[in-house]
Design a protein around this ligand. Structure first.
Ligand code: F6P
Length: 320
């Protein structure tokens, strides 16, 4: 019986469990045995594992987090760590490894393919939505909705007090989450790491806003933009507005996945098992223009997914 390994790696994302469930439910009936490696790549290094049966994934479709555990694993970035992981895979007679995670996890997966002859398959699962080769990652929609739920409430205070609110969302390197959340929340300004922040522009926008008689101003900013406390103080000093900062933090990574994240998890799980069955070489599943697809792992790792800057301008126009 062919044995396939599965691991969740990097920052957890809502829908990881739904992917595990989908993989197990699609793989077992076609004669694959599924071994779950625990706690991210560290479980591959130390051979921490558990076999996954049809019933071991019952009742997890609605759970956030990951039943396998996850880690950011520094040792996996070293040759020594990679070799230990390769040995574990050999010892367990794993012929294909499914990595559920984001771009950092796929970079690790690519390093592993350089040492090992087993095929590695990626399932994009991250609240950052920053994986090349897919329009959406599992968990992204959930995080957008979680942040939106919070901002809709913050808007009430912003309007009642005529305040400027800066809402910091996750996204150390990329602004996909900030962009979608900002658009959906009707934010007056969206700040992303991809574009250097021009505070003068923000001051002007707030001045215009005052002249138009707007009662609330929401600025959605990705954490990677910079020190938001400092930015908030500067805006307050230069505009005379009362400015408050709300850092949404880890609530964005947890919770039950939305229907959209769960459905995507099911589609990706089925697609990745199909790749394993056909012994395709090192590919990452994705969805592009509504169609399920897969892209070579190296291509995914070497390319940067573009942020649609037109949407930033649209968001600002819509909030005038
Ligand atoms: O999962 C992605 C992400 O949430 C980023 O947006 C964030 O900057 C980072 O993870 C935080 O990771 P950690 O919890 O490992 O510090």
């Amino acid at each position: 019986m062919k044995r396939v390994g599965i691991v969740t790696s990097g920052g957890d994302a809502p829908g990881m469990n739904a992917v595990i469930r989908a993989v197990v439910r699609m793989a077992l009936p076609i004669g694959l045995k599924v071994i779950g490696f625990q706690n991210g790549y560290s479980g591959l290094i130390t051979d921490q594992k558990c076999p996954l049966g049809l019933r071991s994934v019952s009742g997890i479709i609605n759970f956030g987090g990951t039943i396998l555990g996850s880690r950011r694993c520094e040792e996996f970035k070293t040759d020594k760590g990679l070799k230990r992981a390769q040995k574990t895979l050999e010892k367990n007679k794993i012929s294909g490894l499914i990595v559920i995670g984001g771009e950092g996890s796929f970079a690790g997966a690519l390093d592993l393919t350089r040492l090992s002859s087993i095929n590695v398959y990626g399932v994009p699962c991250s609240i950052d939505n920053d994986v090349y080769g897919t329009d959406e990652t599992v968990g992204f929609d959930t995080a957008v909705n979680t942040a939106l739920f919070a901002i809709d409430r913050i808007r009430d205070t912003a309007t009642s007090h005529n305040r400027v609110f800066i809402i910091e969302v996750m996204g150390r390197k990329r602004g996909f989450l900030a962009l979608s959340v900002g658009l959906a929340a009707g934010a007056e300004k969206i700040l992303v790491p991809e574009i250097k922040t021009d505070l003068k522009e923000v001051y002007e926008l707030l001045e215009e806003s005052r002249m138009k008689g707007k009662k609330s101003n929401i600025i959605v900013a990705a954490e990677g933009v910079g020190d938001m406390r400092r930015i908030a103080k500067k805006i307050e000093k230069n505009t005379g507005y009362e400015v408050r900062l709300s850092v949404l933090g880890y609530i964005q990574r947890g919770g039950a996945p939305t229907a959209r994240s769960r459905i995507l998890a099911g589609l990706f799980g089925a697609k990745v098992v199909n790749l394993v069955e056909n012994e395709r070489e090192n590919e990452v599943v994705g969805i592009l223009d509504g169609k399920l697809t897969s892209t070579n792992l190296e291509v995914v790792c070497k390319n940067r997914k573009p942020l649609d800057l037109n949407l930033l301008h649209l968001a600002e126009k819509l909030a005038t």
